[in-house]
Ligand binder design. Structure first.
Ligand code: UGA
Length: 433
């Protein structure tokens, strides 16, 4: 039997996927509302395919959820999947939830139990939890097994990951994890055994590399704008080199979400604590390039409309940090919308899935459930999250609805010729033509 502690994005996905592999799984969370929803087989957030899987696994009888930590006592393996958000007054990660999760289960750990951390943590955390457990629950062991799932592809990434990484201190822990993941290993998934510190580092190194790739192409976008080039052609051309690769070279308003931004910041903070500050100084620039992309969009809005935005309506298409998700954490789209609203513009935001979470974060913003309503009489449209349905919009149909036919594509995802042929003034980041 398995337990999953923390039933957010990661935990719920992991619990449902492990149940689908045939394990009995108990999910524990302190949030009673969330547990009640999950127990009814309802997903508290949007993730394609996970709703169906959750409902199916609840019916199977193998999966259940509770707020009662003592329910983990029958489990042999405990996956810790709680969040590690950025602290309020600095760059570091807040480890409160990870530490309290391990403390909460430790009285219930049976002989030979394995606690498996999946949360993204600063290097050294696993070692300190290992030492803590050696005192509070010496009968148990601890391993670290970072998770690389992407929102929007959570089920696929969990059941068919491109690698499995386990940080362990002994062979037995590795063997236990090999048993858990036997079905996935059988698919030919690469298996990497590491020490605790390396396993923790693999995760933040991967996210730092991805963030670097995105900021690299956004830096190229800035240069293209200055030099009269086109970043989309540049990205395509360099991407054909297999050493570079074409993925994660989509220039635009940059990365957001609950992972990349906070992970690079926490990594910098940890490196500084370790005396390796200089090694990660470049991540400061990655972060700065990323935030600058948001400002560049606002600059184009001002240059198209006016320095004083109070008389203008700006329609924002997209609130989530990426499509196929309702997650608005550190969303570049929502940040831009909020900044324009704060500057006095009349901003109306549309999103296929993220309106309610966005409203919770920014109750003063205006939202609209329909694209037509959102863009009605707008002086300018901002396309900020590349939902498929925005790519299907017909600019000829939208033209008569707006006041000015001006659109800024913040994601380089719309068909520029189509919009221009319909008489629109079309801007895109990194494309000067
Ligand atoms: C990211 C990693 O991709 C996962 O491997 C990792 O497991 C996860 O964080 C995590 O740490 O849990 P995710 O946050 O779901 O996954 O989002 P990504 O698909 O990485 O996208 C992040 C941001 O980068 C989005 O805002 C997206 O719009 C932006 N992005 C992505 C670009 O601006 N350009 C690109 O070319 C690609």
């Amino acid at each position: 039997m398995l337990s999953v502690v923390g039933c957010g994005y990661l935990g719920t996905t992991h619990a449902a996927c492990m149940s689908s592999l045939g394990f009995t799984v108990i999910g524990v969370d302190t949030d009673a509302d969330k547990v009640a929803m999950l127990s009814r087989g309802e997903l508290p957030f949007y993730e394609p395919g996970l709703d169906t899987l959750l409902a199916q696994e609840m019916k199977s009888g193998r999966l259940s959820f509770t707020t009662d930590f003592s329910a983990v006592q029958s489990a042999d393996i405990h996956f810790v999947c709680v969040g590690t958000p950025q602290i309020k007054d600095g760059l570091a990660a807040d480890l409160t939830y990870v530490r309290s999760a391990v403390r909460a289960i430790s009285p219930y750990l049976k002989e030979g139990a394995l606690v498996v951390g999946k949360s993204t943590v600063p290097v050294g955390t696993a070692q300190s939890l290992h030492e803590e457990l050696a005192i509070s629950a010496p009968q148990a062991d601890l391993a670290w097994n970072p998770e690389f799932l992407r929102e929007g592809f959570a089920v696929e990434d969990t059941l068919t990951p491109n690698r499995l990484v386990v940080g362990v201190t002994n062979d037995r822990a590795e063997e236990i994890l090999k048993t858990v993941y036997a079905g996935i290993i059988a698919l030919g998934t690469p298996w990497i055994r590491a020490d605790l510190a390396t396993a923790e580092l693999v995760k933040v190194a991967a996210n730092s590399f991805l963030a670097t790739k995105i900021s690299f192409i956004n830096a190229m976008a800035e240069v293209c704008e200055a030099a009269g080039g086109d970043v989309t052609i540049l990205a395509k051309a360099i991407g054909y080199d297999p050493r570079i690769g074409s993925r994660f070279l989509q220039a635009g308003i940059g990365f957001g979400g609950g992972c990349l931004p906070k992970d690079i910041r926490a990594f910098m903070a940890r490196a500084e604590e370790l005396g390796a500050k200089q090694a990660l100084e470049f991540l400061r620039e990655i972060d700065a390039i990323n935030l600058r992309a948001r400002q560049r969009v606002i600059d184009v809005v001002r240059s198209e409309l006016s320095e004083d935005l109070t008389q203008y309506k700006v329609a924002v298409l997209g609130a989530t940090f990426k499509p196929d998700s309702d997650d608005v954490r550190d969303s570049p789209a929502l940040d831009i919308a909020a900044q324009l609203h704060a500057a006095g513009a009349h901003v109306v935001v549309h999103d296929p899935k993220g309106i309610e979470p966005a409203r919770k974060r920014f109750p003063n913003l205006n939202f609209s459930q329909s694209v037509t309503e959102c863009i009605k009489a707008a002086d300018l449209i901002l396309h900020l999250t590349e939902w498929k349905e925005y790519q299907a919009l017909d600019p000829a149909v939208l033209g008569p609805l707006v006041k000015n036919k001006i659109i800024i594509d913040g994601r380089n995802a719309l068909d520029r010729e189509l919009w221009r042929n319909a008489g629109w003034k079309f801007h895109a980041l990194g494309r000067t033509d």
